[in-house]
Design a protein. Structure first.
Length: 252
């Protein structure tokens, strides 16, 4: 695994095998490290460029011994060209107002989060999160993190994105929205808005987490081109990435 030649004191731990939430019949393990201290932002930047993701105050990387299906992906924002379907989605949502806020959880957010989970992921672990769990997800961050709130013209909350701010881009940690507004394409719209924001800030990338070829829920990420995947210590075009889920050495 390539992180960076810069010397940073980090301790890494391997999690015990757990059932994979994406591929039935498989088990996942993760390489994890804490993000603590004055160098937390720098460490997070370096690890993100090496395929890690953040959850609460830890960074993690899939490290399954017999599977490399999880591919870290990011959009090259300065080369992104909006398609006709993307422009339609942006047009459907041009009435929305977006506000960037500190990572502070609110009851209004949690209510929308619960509605979204019940409608989209009712059998998943996140659907069982209570208000305290939600607050921890939003506020338990030791790095530069923001909340993007999207509101209708009447002021009601329609979508939320938890976003990490990196030296070379924005990392979409998690987003949720009103499932009753399915015609708006809000999940897609939030990513398009993050791409616009990255370009405005002259940041080259939007990090979209992991992509798995055999997981339908992640197929939407391939729509945002050009898309890069992290393999063998470098970011390459997803057109050149092999997606054999049975290959070994996921950490590369």
């Amino acid at each position: 695994m390539t992180v960076n030649q810069r010397r940073l004191t980090q301790h890494y731990f391997m999690t015990a095998p757990m059932p994979c939430p994406y591929l039935p019949g498989r088990f996942e393990r993760k390489l994890v490290t804490e993000l603590r201290g004055p160098e937390a932002n720098n460490v997070h930047d370096l690890l993100s460029r090496s395929g890690f993701r953040r959850s609460h105050s830890i960074a993690y990387l899939p490290a399954c011994s017999d599977c490399n299906a999880c591919i870290p992906v990011r959009v090259r924002c300065n080369e992104f060209e909006s398609s006709r379907s993307f422009r339609r989605i942006q047009g459907k949502n041009n009435d929305l107002t977006r506000t960037v806020l500190p990572p502070v959880a609110t009851q209004e957010q949690y209510q929308l989060f619960s509605i979204y989970q019940d409608a989209r992921h009712g059998s998943g672990d996140m659907a069982r999160m209570d208000a305290r769990d939600y607050r921890a997800m939003i506020e338990d961050s030791t790095i530069d993190t923001s909340i993007f709130e999207y509101r209708r013209s009447d002021g009601s909350l329609i979508a939320v994105a938890l976003v990490d701010n990196l030296a070379d881009g924005l990392s979409a940690v998690y987003s949720f929205f009103d499932p009753a507004e399915h015609r708006r394409g809000l999940g897609t719209y939030v990513i398009l808005d993050l791409i616009d924001e990255a370009n405005l800030l002259d940041l080259p990338h939007i990090y979209l987490g992991y992509w798995i070829g055999d997981c339908r829920k992640m197929s939407y990420k391939m729509r945002f081109q050009p898309l890069e995947g992290f393999r063998n210590g470098q970011w390459i075009s997803m057109k050149d990435v092999k997606t054999d889920a049975t290959s070994s050495n996921v950490s590369d």
